[in-house]
Design a protein around this ligand. Structure first.
Ligand code: AMP
Ligand code: MG
Length: 348
């Protein structure tokens, strides 16, 4: 959904490095499946499962990912673009139950994030030119951004009733890019568990949920936001999601300034002050939405973390300084030659 094909090779190398860390000498056969969906490489690794038991569920998971990719695409013809067209026309539209659940979840996360995770931001993303397979190359007119802010849509204006969606604000356009991966990863884990598989990792381009601890935990690499390779690693405990939002994923530069794809709905401009932000939480959807919201929050992230019930956070600032919560400090191992400057931040 948001990674250019040219980036896949780079991503692949990174994933290979991460899996190297994850796999270590295998105690029993690992089963693996890899495919591309939601604009990234999806890598599913199972530990201690039989191929016969695993194959049908892996096939079902792969189908799910492809379906979500097509249903929720923000700019290619999809259920989501059809819903957005209807919202723009002020129409009331039937919404299938699975999408309804996702929209309700999005609304709840929008509330708990003080509006910083704002899936009603679709119109602004389009204005910035990010609703395209190519990266934008120019900053929108300030007047156009002002106009969006003047009629700024909020998730609270999305009415969900009796299986239908509508809004009185025709500018409300949905973009699920900040948490679609998380929802898809949670669903995949749900399917694995239902099939009796309880030692697995579902990795969507470096964002993942791991269940089970094998005989030793999965060790996960966190990408360095400004250099190739891994900044730090985390050994997962039973059932944890690790999600990172970064200003390096989709961006363009004009006159030496980086304009990236994580937009502050209060200013209409990319959120500055953070290069990457990593969250650990049980549920992947919440971790995904929280990583985006705390990225947008800038220096105020501890308050938003507390409001969202998140206690394990790592923020990397553009100058390389790392901020950690106490709970995260106990989990991170830096993998760079020189250890970065670290600041511990208290949660309110
Ligand atoms: P992530 O990498 O999870 O932080 O998601 C970034 C994507 O979420 C962008 O490509 C947009 O599709 C969307 N997005 C950008 N800014 C926001 C925001 N403030 N709230 C919700 N979604 C956003
Ligand atoms: Mg996110």
């Amino acid at each position: 959904m948001r990674t250019e094909p040219a980036k896949h090779l780079q991503l692949f190398v990174l994933l290979a490095a991460m899996l190297l860390a994850a796999c270590q000498p295998a105690e029993s056969p690992l089963l693996e499946r890899r495919f591309i969906a939601l604009g990234t490489i999806i890598d599913i690794t199972l530990y201690g499962a039989e191929a016969e038991q695993a194959d049908p569920v892996l096939a079902a998971i792969e189908r799910d990912f492809h379906r979500l990719h097509h249903d929720w695409h923000a700019w290619e013809d999809s259920r989501l673009t059809a819903l957005n067209t209807a919202l723009q026309r002020g129409e009331q539209t039937p919404v299938p139950p699975d999408l309804m659940t996702v929209l309700e979840q999005a609304r709840a996360l929008n509330r708990s994030s003080d509006g910083l995770f704002e899936p009603a931001i679709g119109g602004l993303m389009a204005l910035w030119g990010f609703h395209s397979n190519d990266l934008p190359d120019r900053v929108p007119d300030a007047a156009a951004i002002e106009a969006w802010l003047a009629g700024r849509p909020h998730m609270a204006e999305l009415k969900l009733q009796n299986g239908r969606a509508s809004s009185d604000n025709p500018r409300l356009q949905l973009d699920l890019g900040a948490f679609a991966k998380g929802v898809a990863v949670d669903r995949a884990i749900g399917r694995l568990r239902a099939a009796g598989i309880d030692n697995a990792i579902v990795n969507a381009g470096g964002d993942l949920r791991a269940i089970g601890a094998r005989e030793r935990p999965w060790r996960i690499g966190i990408r360095h936001p400004r250099a190739p390779g891994v900044l730090a690693s985390i050994a997962t405990r039973d059932d944890e999601s690790i999600f990172t939002s970064g200003d390096y994923e989709r961006y363009f530069e004009v006159e030496g300034r980086r304009y990236h794809h994580i937009i502050d709905p209060r200013s209409g401009y990319p959120a500055y002050g953070t290069a990457s932000l990593t969250v650990i939480h049980t549920e992947a959807a919440t971790a995904d939405a929280a990583a985006t919201a705390l990225f947008v929050a800038g220096d105020a992230w501890p308050q938003v973390a507390a409001d969202m019930g998140i206690d394990r956070v790592m923020r990397v600032r553009p100058d390389g300084t790392v901020e950690l919560t106490h709970a995260m400090a106990g989990r991170i191992r830096f993998e760079t030659e020189a250890e970065p400057d670290v600041i511990l931040r208290e949660l309110p």
